[in-house]
Design a protein around this ligand. Structure first.
Ligand SMILES: C[S@@+](CC[C@H](N)C(=O)[O-])C[C@H]1O[C@@H](n2cnc3c(N)ncnc32)[C@H](O)[C@@H]1O
Length: 203
């Protein structure tokens, strides 16, 4: 990551700490941990929520047969601009994850097979999390996966626990939890799948 990109991330955190939710973009170890277990087939539609400055994006795109399978949804217009420059062959929507259905329609995209989220659910207001979880449940196919991370120090925060409970209600129990220590800060990678199928996930 360039110094310029990191400065952009820091400024965004200073302006809106709860929305950015982290002082540092995720490390390559976490980006690898967020994607290594997912199998993307050439017809799969993959959406990333909160790509920020693109830490996970390059790992996701590297696993896809075509960048046309990917859509990034980022709230911050400056991050979106930076993402478009960094990955000119991929599509990004500047908008709220809560508006997922409208965003998919605008971009003429089908239901989602895999969602990868960098959203800071431990610091987002509860009503925003509820809207996002509902939007995600409605916009995903019947066997869709949802992968996100939560920092070790925030894992037992009320908002983090409530988010996990809401996901469980919509997707069923967590099917995979892996800890990544080489990240600032150590984090758990969490995956849900609506109807678990070993063909889309390597445990
Ligand atoms: C913790 S940063 C993660 C960035 C990147 N994925 C990483 O791990 O380095 C959270 C990102 O979520 C974005 N975000 C926060 N709320 C959002 C929302 N409601 N819809 C879309 N993006 C949102 C922020 O702008 C920020 O880029």
């Amino acid at each position: 990551m360039s110094l310029q990109s990191y400065a952009l991330f820091l400024r965004a955190f200073a302006a809106n700490p709860k929305s950015v939710g982290a002082l540092f973009p995720s490390a390559p170890a976490l980006a690898y941990g967020m994607t290594k277990h997912l199998t993307f087939f050439p017809h799969d539609h993959v959406v990333e929520l909160g790509p920020g400055t693109g830490s996970f994006t390059r790992y996701i795109l590297a696993k896809l047969a075509s960048p046309k399978q990917y859509l990034g949804v980022e709230l911050n217009p400056k991050f979106t601009q930076e993402l478009k420059q960094q990955f000119p062959y991929a599509e990004f929507a500047c908008g709220q994850a809560e508006q997922l259905e409208t965003i998919l329609k605008l971009h003429q995209r089908p239901m989602i097979d895999h969602l990868i989220s960098g959203l800071p659910f431990a610091s987002l207001p509860k009503e925003v999390t509820t809207q996002i979880v509902e939007a995600v449940a409605d916009a995903t196919t019947t066997k869709a996966t949802f992968t996100t991370f939560q920092y070790l120090h925030a894992y037992q925060f009320k908002n983090a626990k409530e988010f996990r409970a809401q996901m469980e209600e919509k997707f069923g129990p967590l099917i995979r939890v892996r800890w990544v220590l080489f990240n600032m800060f150590p984090a758990a990678v969490l995956t849900w799948q609506k109807k678990p199928s070993l063909t889309t996930l390597e445990l």
